[in-house]
Design a protein around this ligand. Structure first.
Ligand code: 5RP
Length: 225
């Protein structure tokens, strides 16, 4: 029995799959909402639709194998027709905070490589201002303490992400700093300032990338272009 939130995630994941057409190359995001997308894409493939995906995490790659979604990579594909991904926060301008699942670096690569970025979320992710959700930032393990100190000068106290008492290591071999900025008034400016800090690999701020948001609430699924 799915919880109400799981049902919303399933609904938006399955809705996003209706935008995937025969012959498309699709970037596959990460997270529990994307799980439902990949599952649905597996059904499409089984029914004869010919698609190929590029996954943004080892977990998504595993799901693609499980559900029979063929995969490719950037040695064979220059551009993706679309990328479909979840998010941790979406503001009124469709700027995003991502990286709750620690996959933000590869997620940003597949987002940038795509002609269209479709974001799938339940209504709890919609916010007026970004920042209540601590911003994930992927940093180089070397001198991460110094990088954290530089980031703190921009107005937060970064916290090194751990799991079960162990430092979380991303699929790329890096660390994640969760940075509670609380209220980000100018996400574009903050992103630019963060990217200037040596040691910052990538930020979870996705600026001017979203082309469509699919939002699920208890009763409906809404698509906003
Ligand atoms: O950015 C992400 C992973 O790095 C996810 O898209 C984000 O955390 C949302 O996940 P979920 O669909 O499980 O709520």
């Amino acid at each position: 029995m799915l919880t109400e939130q799981e049902q919303m995630k399933k609904a938006v994941g399955e809705k996003a799959a209706t935008f995937v057409k025969d012959g498309m190359k699709v970037g596959l995001g990460s997270g529990s909402t994307v799980y439902w997308l990949v599952r649905k894409l597996g059904e499409l493939v089984e029914s004869g639709v010919n698609i190929e995906g590029i996954p943004s995490s080892k977990q998504t790659e595993k799901w693609a194998h499980e559900f029979g979604v063929p995969l490719t990579d950037f040695s064979k594909v220059k551009e993706l027709d679309m990328t479909i991904d979840g998010a941790d926060e979406v503001d009124e301008n469709h700027q995003l905070i991502k990286g709750g699942g620690a996959a933000l670096f590869r997620e940003k690569i597949i987002a940038q490589a795509a002609k269209e970025l479709i974001i799938i979320v339940d209504e709890s992710k919609m916010v007026t201002h970004l920042g209540e959700y601590p911003l994930p930032i992927e940093v180089l393990p070397f001198a991460w303490e110094r990088t954290a100190n530089e980031i703190s000068k921009l107005g937060c106290v970064p916290k090194l992400r751990t799991v079960d008492g162990e430092i979380l290591v991303t699929d790329n071999g890096n660390y994640i700093l969760d940075c509670p900025f609380k209220k980000i008034l100018d996400p574009d400016q903050l992103n630019k300032e963060l990217k200037q800090i040596v040691g910052v690999i990538e930020t979870g701020l996705f600026i001017d990338m979203t082309t469509k948001v699919i939002i699920g609430d208890k009763e409906t699924v809404t698509v906003i272009d």
